[in-house]
Design a protein around this ligand. Sequence first.
Ligand code: ADP
Ligand code: ZN
Ligand code: ZN
Length: 732
Amino acid sequence: MSVAPVLKVAVNAPLARLFDYLPPRGGGDARPGCRVLVPFGRQRQVGMVMELAAESELARTRLKHAQQLIDAQPILADDDLWLLRFTSDYYHHPIGEVVAAALPALLRQGRPLATESELISLTGTGAEIALPLLARRAKRQAEFLAALAGGPLRAGELDERLAGWRRQRQALIEKGWVRAETVAIDESGVPEPVEAQPGPALSAEQQLAVAGVLANPGFSTTLLDGVTGSGKTEVYLCIIRELLAAGRQVLILVPEIGLTSQFVTRLEERIGQRPLLLHSALTDAERLVAWRSAANGSAPLVLGTRSAVFVPLAAPGLIVVDEEHDASFKQQEGLRYSARDLAVVRGKRLDVPVILGSATPSLETLRRCDEGAYRHLTLTARAGSAVPPLMRLVDLNRFPSPDGLSEPLLQAIRQHTGRGGQALIFLNRRGFAPTLICASCGHIAECRRCDSRMTVHLRDQALACHHCGATRPLDNACSDCGSPCMPLGQGTERIEEALGTHFPGQLITRIDSDTTRLKGAMDRALSLAMSGEAKILVGTQMLSKGHHFPKLTLVGVINADQGLFSTDFRGGERLAQSLVQVAGRAGREREQGEVIVQTSFPGHPFWKELFTGGYHRVARYSMAEREAAGWPPFSRLALLRASSHKRDDAWAFLEDAARESAACNPGGVRVLGPVSATMERRAGRYRGQLLLQSQARQPLHQMLAALTARLESLSSARRVRWSVDVDPIELF
Ligand code: ADP
Ligand code: ZN
Ligand code: ZN
């Protein structure tokens, strides 16, 4: 008789290893990719069988049996398990937590892959009851039986038709009139195909891009680099259609799902297939249905945010990452992965093409193109008859703007709206004003839990900290001297108010996370913007991405100067990206657009680069700077972060960590720090960090593997929260 294999199981715990179990006593074939229920400490946990082994490091007699096999068939294929292991190794994050992050909540909790529901039906006796008679004694029971007269109904369907049926259920079962049974529902949640509309004839450049990707059905990475409106989406659509026709699935990753309704509509119109959506706003049940439809292949087209990069696909054919430069692809807490980078890794493993699209590609991606690892396809012209917008600077030293709006900007708004156009005023700062200052002693209202200022929210009569979420009532008397305080600086709320005074009678719509918090508010605001009813739009970053406003001809940027003096080496890249993205909103149809940027530093070299050569000139300039300074993409970084309630605890840990790093440095890794974070105290915790930098990837990863193992056993680690961030995009 052959010996039972040892199950290597990933358990959701902050420990970087697999746990060994014997197969469940009840039998069943616990293969890799199946979930099992295992005893873990004093609890039971849902675990994922990652592999089978002949032996364990522990004696067999010391191993426990798994208690139960949850999945008769694996729910993750070998390629999926491979991706999870890769993610765990690359980001030095516990495998059990990686598995947990990749699974929908219900699967993580051990619920079956096929959803279950109660099916209620009439029994033979129940069907013969004279309802009018019954209704005289027991009206609700009669209604219940009547509802079932047309055939069995699921619990969910009954909920919709007959509130309160659950109270009658047991009594009717006991009378033998109705029967309840548990059934598996395998609904796919996949929208029905509809008729597709033909698209425009592709330009020569677009045709080249389509042919380039389709020429090789295996793995390749293509950067599709083109300004907003150059027809990138049209290229995706053509490639997607080919792959769907060949019976393959397509996975599209986007930075934020709230901004993709236009993309979804276009997919539906042109491909004839609404994509299956995977994002965080789904309920747990919806998420499970969507996940299952992707995994079993019934969903041809899957569109999702970051975490969708992990969704299993039965017949993958293509992965598209739209707006690949967007920081939202990087998860900033817990498992700090880059969905864009994992998409490329996954495409290689699955041997399918990967397309990265952007008007403002990241320097990392441009560098991979320079090295020849990615194909660089450019769309140079705007599609159709649209022309690129005119850009100009307004020198705030010459044109003071006490309320944030300079005379040239006001004049431009007047002209554009007068001609029937629409203006978008962009300011990446919500609230009324970023500072509340005492007019007499200069005291500034600060957050009590962070090293930061409170933002004034006038409409809510509140002060809010945008770093920890703390709020308190707005008090106009200084807490130090009692004199009146005043708001200093501009936020979107204040700009909206100022615009209201300059343009009375115009419909002004503000779109930021404050005005769109309520359900449906975003859709309402967007439809006002889209129809052109709102003449002036005021908004944050939220408005700069992905939208197509047909009437929009003017974009005004209130203040770009913060980005000019950023301490982060990515500051220039980020500023150029956000300006070009927001500028891309202007004049997408026949009208030429205009972009006005207000600055107090018109002589800064950044402007010359941007205005003479656009984004790519800034990118080349930054690339040279980074090469000289040895920053990514010319080196590899990892950041070890720690925080604690007592400042000394974080420092003690980081100093231990610095010592340990020196001890496990294979050579070639620079250890910088510890240093405190720019905002040292946040939400009551003191934060510090250690930066690891290396020319090559290999020594850095070798060191991280050794280091994380050592850190787990440090006594100073018990008093802090710590995390490793590989390829961090925020350094401070
Ligand atoms: P991007 O994704 O780069 O912003 P889109 O693919 O959305 O660009 O194209 C912008 C607009 O131009 C859309 O309205 C699209 O239908 C249109 N368009 C794209 N390609 C062509 C083409 N070859 N001929 C005419 N119009 C086109
Ligand atoms: Zn004061
Ligand atoms: Zn705070």
